[in-house]
Design a protein around this ligand. Structure first.
Ligand code: 2AM
Length: 192
């Protein structure tokens, strides 16, 4: 049986992708080979990483997700701020921040619960929403990276109007992952 590497995420509007691409390009000049940069078109807000799963399980999951998202009216998230995980002394992940209303936490929790019911392993870490800009290479010379990052600031960039969640397929390739939307699962319709 062939397996599909999959995850659930919120998509970023193209206008924000373009703005993020500009920041990514500036940072890349400072630390080109130290970081594996996420292609701006691939930047998303991950809600749940599913790993390798069968097509049949994914179909079941889409039904379960539809039941969850039907309970959640659309909401808006602000995007802005720049930071690193786990800490500035030893950055591993470079990210752009988000400022979200409680609805995002509720949606994440409901998706996590639905996934757990279908047997997907629970997330060990608390939900910490962010947009990953790049991942520092294991063998990176951190002394070159730290000064480039410590003074870099990103202000408010815009908003994501969340009207659906997306189930993505991820294909790992030598030149970087390729993400394909398998399903767009709409949030509840607002009353006209
Ligand atoms: P992140 O960028 O928010 O860290 C698709 O691979 C997405 O799933 C990644 O962008 C990553 O989100 C998230 N993810 C979470 N756990 C993962 C794992 N163990 N392996 C790969 N991706 C993971």
């Amino acid at each position: 049986m062939s397996l599909i590497r999959a995850f659930i995420a919120l998509e970023i509007p193209p206008v924000l992708q373009n703005i993020i691409a500009q920041h990514s390009a500036i940072l890349q000049k400072e630390a080109p080979h130290i970081v594996r940069w996420v292609a701006p078109v691939n930047i998303h807000l991950t809600l749940k990483f599913l790993g390798e799963t069968s097509a049949a399980s994914l179909q079941e999951l889409v039904h379960a997700l539809a039941a969850v998202t039907a309970q959640q009216p659309p909401f808006s998230i602000s995007v802005g701020g720049f930071g690193v995980f786990p800490n500035p002394k030893r950055p591993r992940v470079l990210w752009i921040g988000i400022q979200a209303p409680p609805e995002l936490g509720h949606l994440s929790h409901a998706i996590e619960t639905a996934c757990a019911r279908l047997g997907y392993p629970a997330e060990e870490k608390p939900f910490n929403p962010h947009l990953t800009l790049g991942r520092v290479r294991e063998d990176a010379d951190q002394t070159r990276l730290r000064p480039a990052l410590q003074n870099y600031q990103i202000g408010q960039l815009g908003a994501i109007n969340v009207e659906s969640v997306t189930l993505f397929r991820s294909d790992l390739r030598p030149q970087g992952p390729s993400y394909t939307a398998l399903a767009h699962i709409p949030l509840a319709k607002l009353d006209p």
